[in-house]
Design a protein around this ligand. Structure first.
Ligand code: HXC
Ligand code: NAP
Length: 291
């Protein structure tokens, strides 16, 4: 059930949406669903060959229109070129999905300054570059629009061993909430999604290389005991891109099966206590009355 499409046909008709990092993984899955709902799509990333192959496959699957544009989000001039090519091909643009990211696990003290910067530059500065270029355009055109940022749940909590990513995603979350207020008056809505584990090659190769995938199975960290399905993320992204979410602004929605809260609650570890032990524990806690 959770991998079925949710929105009604044509829910995104008349919208052109740019998805950064749209040639692979979750960006590809969300973009494909936008197309199925009637949107025009622009996908961007550094690898033009990957983008073009994905664009052809997406068009064959959905019969929608896809423009592939090479763009390193760290370079503002390249981002401006995406905007120009989008307008040339489709005439207008209504949505920006900031999905491109870079990440890898490492003890922080092993990182060079450049390694730290490269993640901040892709995730935080890349999101800023795209949002700024598109936002300036929308404000000048007096055109309502939607920005949707993909963060992570450790944007709230921080996380060891992915510290550059945690810093950058935390920054993107601050950007989301700040611009929701500042640009609301222009009709620009800014929201974020914080996905829990959704297996993709890009993420798993860098976060769970080799045997780690078996030793550190994300399913065990999630109260619902499963990882996410791409379509359920796509359903949420499409809703937040669509006019059905027109009064949602500055929100971050976690879609993680309860994973981050499980790590947060002080007594959540009691999950490990077998059911038959609870009778004894109840007696002991009751007998503490009056002590
Ligand atoms: C230590 C490393 C390293 C590693 C790279 N570096 N990998 N340092 N450990 N494993 C260092 C390099 O030595 C270099 O520093 C600097 O980082 C930049 O590396 P480059 O290879 O030159 O960078 P670049 O070509 O720009 O590639 C960026 C990248 C790469 C992030 C390193 O992995 C990439 O292209 N990633 C894109 C896709 C991606 O990461 N997807 C996963 C997103 S998942 P020096 O000092 O030597 O110059 C995600 C999930 C979150 O975000 C939550 C999941 C639950
Ligand atoms: P992915 O397939 O590796 O996606 C990352 C994309 O970003 C790639 O298409 C990559 O393409 C692009 N990219 C990287 N650096 C770029 C740059 N400098 N300029 C432009 N594009 C760049 O991984 P994913 O799992 O689908 O991740 C998608 C998003 O979800 C990310 O924001 C990630 O942080 C987030 N997320 C994922 C998970 C998960 O469990 N998978 C969980 C939480 C959050 P090129 O290499 O061609 O540039």
């Amino acid at each position: 059930m959770y991998n079925e499409p949710m929105l009604k046909d044509d829910a995104l008709k008349g919208k052109t949406i740019v998805v950064t990092g749209g040639g692979t993984g979750l960006g590809r899955a969300m973009g494909t669903y936008f197309l199925k709902l009637g949107a025009n799509l622009v996908i961007t990333s550094r690898k033009l060959e990957v983008l073009q192959k994905t664009a052809n496959e997406m068009e064959a699957e959905t019969r929608g229109k896809v423009l592939a544009v090479q763009c390193d989000v760290r370079d503002y001039a390249q981002v401006e070129e995406v905007l120009a090519q989008t307008l040339q091909k489709f005439g207008s643009v209504e949505g920006l999905l900031n999905n491109a990211a870079g990440n890898f696990i490492s003890p922080t003290e092993r990182l060079s300054a450049n390694a730290f910067s490269s993640i901040i530059d892709i995730v935080l500065k890349g999101t800023v570059n795209c949002t700024l270029a598109f936002g300036k355009h929308w404000i000048a055109q007096k055109q309502p629009a939607t920005v949707l940022n993909i963060v992570t749940t450790y944007a709230f909590t921080g996380s060891a061993y992915v510290v550059p990513s945690a810093c950058a995603k935390g920054g993107v979350l601050a950007l989301t909430r700040s611009l929701a207020v500042e640009w609301g008056k222009y009709g620009i809505r800014t929201n974020a999604i914080a996905p829990g584990p959704f297996p993709t090659k890009g993420a798993w190769d860098r976060l769970l290389p080799g045997d780690l995938a078996k030793k550190f199975d994300f399913k065990n960290r999630v109260p619902l005991k499963r990882v996410g399905e791409n379509q359920e993320l796509a359903n949420l992204a499409a809703f937040l891109m669509s006019d059905f979410s027109g009064y949602i602004n500055g929100e971050v929605i976690s879609i993680d099966g309860g994973e981050w809260l499980q790590g947060a609650g002080q007594m959540n570890g009691l999950e490990a206590i077998p059911t038959e032990m609870w009778d004894m524990l109840e007696q002991m806690t009751r007998s503490a009355k009056g002590s």
